[in-house]
Write a protein that binds this ligand. Structure first.
Ligand SMILES: C[S@@+](CC[C@H](N)C(=O)[O-])C[C@H]1O[C@@H](n2cnc3c(N)ncnc32)[C@H](O)[C@@H]1O
Length: 215
């Protein structure tokens, strides 16, 4: 893949370095903050030809009902994260392909997938709107987009704390703690079919229909 803009290269380098310790770090964070069930809920919404954007080390694989899956394309910017994902025993004998691609320029034709999903990645991509448009473009018109994200809290004190803490997290791993992702999704016009909230509504699971493509 091409090197991309400087911020993209920085994020790729960061996640290449984090990859060997990501599973432990992420599992701890999920146990303490998000809770165990949201990722399971996300996985139950996956079916048919699936594209996972920013798949990282494949934390979702263990929860997928493989009887529902025709093909599963796991993508990420970081070769290091994908190398960890490839090693997961959960996918042995499963129809999983890996592509190192940038979420803001997906190299797939329009309407290629039944489900397009991402978890904890719209906080990190340089341009979440462009990423959501790309996810919608490659989703079939009767397909679903499934998001699991941490977002800006509705509570003003929590949102203030997130804003104060975000610069450190952005420097450490390119992750923005206070992105208004749910508002963005609604402003872009995605029909929201289902929404789940955890931890003062900071964690959200959203099941969306894709945007209507211009004729
Ligand atoms: C916080 S991790 C989440 C990984 C995984 N989805 C999970 O739930 O554990 C964010 C992931 O997004 C990937 N990422 C960041 N920017 C990206 C981009 N522009 N295109 C594709 N992946 C990107 C990172 O490499 C990293 O694997």
């Amino acid at each position: 893949m091409t090197s991309g803009p400087p911020d993209t290269k920085r994020i790729r380098d960061i996640f290449d370095q984090l990859a060997p310790t990501w599973n432990e770090r992420e599992a701890r964070g999920e146990r303490l903050l998000m809770g165990p069930d949201l990722r399971r809920e996300l996985a139950t919404a996956l079916h048919g030809d699936v594209l996972e954007v920013g798949a990282g080390t494949g934390m979702t694989f263990a929860h997928v009902d493989w009887d529902e899956i025709a093909s599963y394309t796991a993508t990420d910017l970081s070769a290091g994260m994908l190398a960890e994902a490839r090693r997961r025993p959960d996918i042995e004998g499963r129809p999983v392909a890996f592509d190192q691609v940038d979420a803001t320029a997906l190299p797939y034709p329009d309407a290629s997938f039944d489900t397009v999903t991402t978890s904890l990645t719209l906080c990190t991509v340089p341009d979440p709107e462009c990423t959501l448009r790309e996810m919608s473009r490659v989703c079939r018109p009767n397909g679903r987009i499934v998001l699991l994200e941490h977002v800006r809290a509705p509570n003003r004190l929590l949102a203030w704390l997130q804003r104060r803490m975000s610069p450190l997290q952005e420097r450490r791993m390119g992750c923005h703690l206070d992105r208004p992702t749910v508002e963005l999704v609604r402003e872009m016009g995605f029909p929201v079919e289902r929404e789940e909230r955890r931890l003062f509504s900071i964690f959200r699971l959203l099941v969306l229909r894709p945007l209507r493509q211009a004729a």
